[in-house]
Every structure is written in C-alpha cells, then in structure tokens.
Design a protein around this ligand. Structure first.
Ligand SMILES: C[S@@+](CC[C@H](N)C(=O)[O-])C[C@H]1O[C@@H](n2cnc3c(N)ncnc32)[C@H](O)[C@@H]1O
Length: 252
C-alpha cells in the first residue's frame, strides 16, 4: 500500500510536538540567559521556516501545559514577549501559510524568502536568536545563515535531518547501472551537503567556538533529526544525557 506523505510534506506531523517542545525549552533557555547578562539589549527572534504557525495535538493532556504544541513561530513570539525589548521576524515561502501567520501573530514582521530577513537585521539589534527548521537538508538557507552571522551577534537553533543526509552519504558515487533521472540528481548533490554531517562545521559556518547537539530524535521514517545549538555560551539546559557539546576552532 502506498504510504501517505502528506503530513511530512506539510512541514509537520503528529510527532512534531517533540520538536516544538525542545525548541520552546532551548529558545527560552538561551534567550533568558542572554537577557540576564544584557538587560538593555535590543533583541530580535528570527524564524527562517515559520510554517503556518499552528501546533499539533499533544499526546497527553496536562493541566498546566497547553493541549496543542507551540510551533517555532509561536515559540519566537512568546519568548520575545517574555524577555521584552525583542522583535520577531517570521519567514515563510508559502503564501497561504504567510496569511495564517499574519492572522495568528499580528505583532510579527512576516517576510517571504530567507534573504528578505537581512535588511531588517541592519536596524541596530544587539542580538538575534535564529530558528532554522527546514523540510530537508537542502533548504537550510546556508548563504543567509552566514550573512546573518556577519550582520548581528546571533545564536542559532538548527533542526537537522541527519538520518536523511546519512542515507544520501551512503550512496555510491558511481552507480552500478544508470540511475533514473531523479536518483541521478540526488546522487550528484551528495558532495554539496557532506560537510553538514560534521557538527563543528556548522559552528565554523557562523563563526562560533562550539556547537551543542541533541541526541537523534525520531519523528518518522523520513525525519530523524538533531537540534544543533550554535552559540558562544549555552544555557543550563544544555547538558547530558540529551545534549553533548563539541568545541571547534574559529577564525577569531
Ligand atoms: C518543517 S516546516 C516548518 C515547521 C515549523 N517551523 C514548525 O515549528 O512547525 C518548513 C517550512 O519552511 C518553508 N520554507 C522552505 N524553504 C523556505 C525558504 N527558502 N524561505 C522561507 N520559507 C521556506 C516551507 O514552506 C515550510 O513551511
């Protein structure tokens, strides 16, 4: 029987609550840690892949937590309110999703493409917290990540589908028999993304001295991921057994 891919293609699945919960905790941890040491700083939270701004049902009802998870856009808006003195920029390619975002989060600035974020970051912010949660390894927006890092002091929360890229890395460079066109296309890009498998390479990309990575988290057969935190300092939540930190050399 053909499997339905609708939920994964929609950018979320019934399992997204795990990712949403982790982003919520880590974003709050990093933002509050920064605010404590920089009470006057002007901050901005940037969600590079905002989706439609709707959460998914939580697996178990809880008297103290909402029954629907907070997706990244909502995390950005709530954390900005919590720390104060912070703006929110939501980036989403899909027009219908942008309309939903505008209705849900009227206080946020909504843009279409990754690079549309850059002019807003030149408005004198002291710190940015950047969420990067694409549908696959090809859509991280690597150029924009590099440019953000050069424009404003930033921390990055990257959702990285490591298992999908691992599958690509397992392909032979040259096939035994001619590939169908779609497979040939995928095989050709193998070397473009290989660097992503090395956690320290992410930190070097945005000139950070270290990276924290979560354990592998399973959501579906197509989506088994880690969250990477790229920062100069980590909040207290970043500790084993869920997190490991890896130091790396930077150009500074
Ligand atoms: C995995 S979904 C995001 C899920 C959301 N962050 C959440 O917490 O539920 C990825 C989203 O990124 C959007 N997207 C992909 N490439 C983009 C780009 N270059 N610029 C803006 N949005 C993009 C897709 O339309 C999709 O809605």
């Amino acid at each position: 029987m053909a499997r339905s891919r609708t939920r994964d293609n929609a950018g979320k699945s019934a399992m997204s609550w795990k990712k949403h919960g982790l982003l919520w905790r880590i974003a709050r941890g990093q933002a509050h840690a920064f605010r404590v040491t920089h009470p006057e700083a002007r901050c901005v939270l940037v969600d590079m892949h905002a989706g439609d701004g709707a959460g998914v049902d939580m697996p178990q009802l809880d008297l103290f937590e909402p029954s629907v998870s907070r997706p990244s856009a909502q995390v950005a808006v709530h954390v900005a309110r919590d720390i104060g003195g912070a703006d929110v920029i939501l980036c989403e390619q899909n027009r219908a999703k942008r309309t939903q975002l505008a209705a849900r989060f009227p206080e946020a600035t909504i843009v279409r493409e990754h690079h549309d974020v850059l002019p807003y970051l030149m408005r004198g912010y002291d710190w940015a917290l950047v969420f990067n949660d694409p549908c696959g390894y090809a859509s991280h927006g690597i150029d924009t990540l590099e440019k953000i890092a050069r424009t404003v002091r930033s921390d990055f929360l990257i959702v990285f589908n490591e298992r999908a890229l691992g599958r690509l890395m397992g392909m032979k460079d040259v096939p035994d028999k001619p590939d169908p066109p779609r497979v040939a296309q995928v095989r050709q890009v193998k070397h473009r993304y290989a660097w992503m498998m090395e956690p320290a390479a992410w930190a070097r990309l945005v000139d950070k001295p270290q990276v924290a990575r979560s354990r592998m988290i399973h959501a579906s057969s197509g989506f088994t991921y880690r969250i990477l935190v790229l920062s100069t300092t980590f909040c207290q939540l970043i500790k084993p057994p869920l997190w490991e930190t890896i130091a790396c050399k930077t150009s500074r």
